[in-house]
Design a protein around this ligand. Structure first.
Ligand SMILES: C[S@@+](CC[C@H](N)C(=O)[O-])C[C@H]1O[C@@H](n2cnc3c(N)ncnc32)[C@H](O)[C@@H]1O
Length: 432
């Protein structure tokens, strides 16, 4: 049984507008404190509707969970609850859609081995950078060495264009990447390319961590508005009225300040996680989970892709262009380009079931599958029957947003399924 650790969240945050509006938050029983959950905690006693004051953003994005922005991740505390309830130290949890690695990091914190799969190369890079073990002294030296060199190459006021001169000397080809030329001011692009050059040529052991700093900085340095960083439609080159800050803002012309800021933040975050990290194994594979041969596992905790909603490659397009990552977009399940037609939904069900059937094959009878999904189209009961699993419970929770800025309510379900003796015999045809 995983050891409970008491860690009450303390916050003076008042009720948000959303919390005042949505009935689930009024007069409710105290929400569950994740660290108090054990295998004996009854499912019915869980209250997963945390208010901002119960579970402030700082906790939801603690240590490496905010190493890089990622749209569509679940909160680590939800994963913690189900790891504590259904897994034991030294067992192995699979996340076949590991995204930015929330399950893997949380599992490691609790001494549970984990294995993650994802089709998006950037998500694999990010998950690996979050979950790996660092020699902190070495990481500090490499991060500050790269930053010092970047400063010397690009930040000498009296010598504007320093990097261009140096790049010519070093024979660094100019980029002909149209995306990069379109989305960055020339000065910002020079700074990003100089940092990339250092990552590629200085022999750093933790080059993947530096790539995450580069990518996070590249995201912030794009020619975008402050309020549309997730999916900006076109470059913003002129000053604009900013809804986020209620004033006129101008698109940024530099990247160095972000690289500087995120270097320090990254170091702080990996240090915080290093203090909690256990020796549990973490493995991340870049593969299509529909075709993966999963190794033996004890169970699954995952949140699958949505149908026709998020383009998981496009979300980090800047990273693919800068880092030259392999684009495997056609293999995404439920891709945004296919929309959410009847046909798209049916294909989605078959694809997700294909993955879960492989997971069921890799676990012993009695193994758990915990699946977190927003199922407004009611597709998951069909997926469960395609996999032949026993549906033990379905819990619903309201997804609270700090800003409360949205037009409709957003709920997600936690499907609690179990492999039974005849799961695979019962399963419908998911191979088609
Ligand atoms: C909702 S996200 C998972 C987020 C994750 N729970 C987290 O907290 O970061 C779904 C993930 O499924 C991945 N995905 C989509 N199709 C896939 C496939 N065929 N094989 C493996 N992963 C896939 C996407 O790249 C995306 O990262």
């Amino acid at each position: 049984m995983l050891k409970p650790t008491i860690n009450l969240f303390e916050s003076n945050v008042p009720f948000t507008n959303e919390e005042k509006r949505v009935p689930v938050y009024s007069d409710q029983e105290a929400p569950t404190i994740p660290s108090t959950v054990t295998q004996d905690t009854p499912l019915e006693s869980l209250n997963l509707n945390w208010r901002e004051k119960d579970l402030p953003e700082k906790e939801r994005t603690k240590h490496v969970h905010r190493l890089h922005p990622y749209l569509g991740k679940f909160i680590p505390q939800l994963v913690e609850i189900f790891l504590r309830k259904y897994f034991q130290a030294n067992q192995t949890v699979l996340d076949p859609f590991c995204g930015c690695g929330t399950t893997l990091v949380q599992a490691n914190e609790l001494g549970v081995n984990s294995i993650g799969y994802d089709i998006s190369a950037f998500n694999v890079l990010l998950s690996r950078a979050k979950a790996r073990k660092y020699d902190i002294g070495r990481a500090r030296n490499e991060i500050s060495d790269a930053l010092d060199k970047l400063r010397r190459l690009t930040q000498t006021r009296t010598q504007l264009g320093l990097w261009q001169e140096r790049a010519a000397e070093l024979n660094v080809p100019e980029t002909d990447n149209e995306y990069l030329q379109e989305w960055y001011d020339p000065k910002a692009l020079d700074e990003l390319l100089a940092y990339r050059y250092l990552i590629q040529n200085e022999g750093y052991v933790y080059h993947d961590l530096l790539k995450i700093i580069l990518s996070r900085s590249a995201r912030s340095a794009r020619l975008t508005t402050h309020y549309d960083l997730d999916f900006p439609k076109r470059p913003q080159t002129e000053p604009y009225w900013c809804y986020k800050h209620s004033r006129t803002c101008s698109p940024t012309k530099e990247a160095f300040k972000f690289i500087n800021r995120y270097s320090l933040d990254t170091l702080r975050r990996i240090e915080e996680f290093a203090a909690l990290r256990t020796g549990a194994r973490v493995e991340v594979r870049h593969a299509d989970s529909r075709r993966a041969n999963f190794p033996p596992i004890h169970g699954v905790i995952t949140s699958p892709p949505y149908v026709g909603l998020i383009d998981y490659h496009d979300q980090h397009a800047y990273a693919y262009h800068l880092l030259g990552l392999k684009d495997r977009r056609p293999a995404e399940i439920g891709p945004a380009v296919n929309g959410s037609s009847h046909v798209a939904k049916r294909q989605y069900q078959l694809d997700i079931a294909k993955v879960f059937r492989r997971a069921v094959e890799a676990m012993a009878e009695g193994g758990w599958l915990i699946v977190v999904a927003r199922d407004s189209a009611n597709m998951y009961p069909g997926i469960a029957s395609l996999c032949g699993v026993e549906v033990v419970a379905v819990l619903d929770r309201h997804v609270n947003r700090r800003t409360g800025r949205r037009s409709s309510e957003f709920c997600e379900s936690i499907f609690i399924w179990r492999k039974v003796r005849c799961s695979l015999e019962n399963a419908g045809t998911a191979n088609g």
